[in-house]
Design a protein around this ligand. Sequence first.
Ligand code: AMP
Length: 474
Amino acid sequence: MAKSSKPRLTKMAPAKESPEPELSEDESEEDVSAEEKEEDTPAAEDGSKKTFADLGVIESLCEACENLGYKYPTPIQEQAIPIMLEGRDVIGLAETGSGKTAAFVIPMLTALMDKPQSFFGLIMAPTRELAYQISQQVEALGSLINVKCAVLVGGMDMVPQSIALGKKPHVIVATPGRLLDHLENTKGFSLKHLKYLVMDEADRLLDLDFGPILDKILKVLPREGRRTYLFSATMSSKVESLQRASLHNPLRVSISSSSHQTVAGLLQKYMFIPHKHKDIYLVHLLNDNIGHPVIIFTRTVNETQRIAILLRTLGFGAIPLHGQLSQSARLGALSKFKSRSRDILVATDVAARGLDIPAVDLVVNLDLPPDSKTYVHRVGRTARAGKSGKAVSFVTQYDVEMWLRIENALGKKVDEEPIPKDEAMVLAERVGEAQRVAIREMKELHEGRGKKGAVLKGRKGGKRGRDEMDREEG
Ligand code: AMP
């Protein structure tokens, strides 16, 4: 976040004129492109590819993109940015990993530089982690122009957030519940001069029942002179009614024709193994990937912790991430993983959505996800923004039906990874010992006298019973 309290936004020339788009005056949105070209990744070294300057992005923001290593716009950026710079409301159908954040931040900052003011833009996101990640991108892209950004999320003290609001930031990134809380209770805070509204992951916002809160927030935002962008991975009837309530004559941009599309550069495999040998094959797989960042997905909080202890006992740098950790413990776990002080993140699905961890090489579905949509979100943690990556799913005798359902939704057969049975079974004894250590420590943790405090340190609300630890919190 920029430290100075006075905004130092310089007035810049407006963005380069783009060619006149063919716009319909119809109130229903137009679909500018529903085609996805899989090879169209930002990393392509194709001389014919458009640059950010070609899209009409002003020089200082092109420079910020370059500093962040964004060489070429991603497909969603290529499609959305020119239309947004024309001043249109946009519905973006794109998932995390597509580069959608920069797609909406760049046009917002362009307009902010033209007419600097406080409380210029509001970005709403469904989860705290996503809100922090978005704010990091706002600050990174806005660093050359000294953009001030405040984050308002639940689970954190309200007072520092109120102080941040008192400094009159240009952009607010918020989860809806906490934003409404501040709108109702923080003296002097109002968004009546707001110019840009972004609703990110709108489908998720509505899945999490933020609908009534969004309605209340929308009521206190100005409609005149406000640009609105709505991003969503899927277009449900709920998202459509939110769109009708909040967007004006929008254009639709889409980079995915199916909600089950996985990104190019992702190698998907499955391993068919006996349930009782899951831990052994996991350790074997990790031995083959030492030094690479890995995310392991499990079904329950309990399993996340058991696996983290098991792996630590075997000398791996593993850290658990789940919804029963306090917000600061979750951020701490994530930053250790991001800074590579730990290579292995063991996570539940709370972590699957919206986490921006660019450098993950391998995703392991130790437990299969409960549905195919979650599968796509999980494996979307690798092979991001044009990089390559691998996802390995463990399928046991109990998971065959679920796996076939996932394959069916993907519309393709996933290749089987050969089972290195002999090599793996050599590990059986050591893994067995570590399993016993993990069981003992888990028992101690449940009894509230865990010596490995780090595992549960910062957990919300003190001691919890076994039942609660078996559930995942949304
Ligand atoms: P997002 O979909 O916004 O969560 O972005 C996913 C990742 O892609 C983030 O780590 C971004 O920093 C990165 N990214 C965004 N735009 C580009 C680009 N044009 N080239 C390379 N990486 C990008």
